[in-house]
Write a protein that binds this ligand. Sequence first.
Ligand code: NAP
Length: 209
Amino acid sequence: MKIAFFGAAGKTGAAVAARVLAAGHDVRLIEIDDAPDASGCDAAVDFTTPDAAPKNVRAALEQGVSCVVGTTGWDPAELGALAAEKGLRLFVAPNFSIGAVLMMRFAREAAEHFPRAEIIELHNEAKKDAPSGTAKATAELIGGGTVIHSVRLPGLVAHQEVIFGGEGQLLTLRHDTTGRESFADGVLLALTKLDSLPPGLTFGLDALL
Ligand code: NAP
């Protein structure tokens, strides 16, 4: 596929774009000073910032290009409606790591049996939004106004614990992302399945597994 890649100079974008290239795709790398030009591409990928992502996605959709977005901290509802109007796809996932998505599934199952849970999400200090998109999505799955604690420190990549408390017992689910290349498997899966999705917004990697 021919892919426009927004945020290719970023920490995540660079790691993911390298694996997308290695998988045989033709990748147009778009950095912050480049025009948001996705024209002629089969899909656009975005790993930028909560400010930049909606602008890039809008530009790509206006150019007739469906999008796969990993950037967190923005609301894709309006652009999902634009995609639907144009018969295009907008796939957004707060976490493209398959291990993290499985952790969320297991958390939903555990929540049926434990009365209370809290989430600790730990990310590199450069991450601009807090709480993380994955923590918010997990909290929604668990329900019950689950409290989220956010930690931002150098040395961290992306980590999350979900601690369930019951009478006389604790259950801890933990997922650690140790390298940003882990997000590429989910992005490649989304690119493969993009055209088979219904027009408009599809949210979360769970929908593709
Ligand atoms: P980062 O290193 O700061 O990367 C963001 C990159 O986007 C920077 O190189 C930035 O350039 C660039 N950028 C900003 N505006 C742009 C524009 N208009 N066009 C093209 N590039 C632009 O951050 P990161 O850690 O890689 O994270 C990026 C985003 O991905 C965050 O929202 C993060 O939460 C999210 N993320 C999601 C997942 C997932 O699985 N869904 C995984 C990891 C990260 P400058 O540095 O020059 O500003």
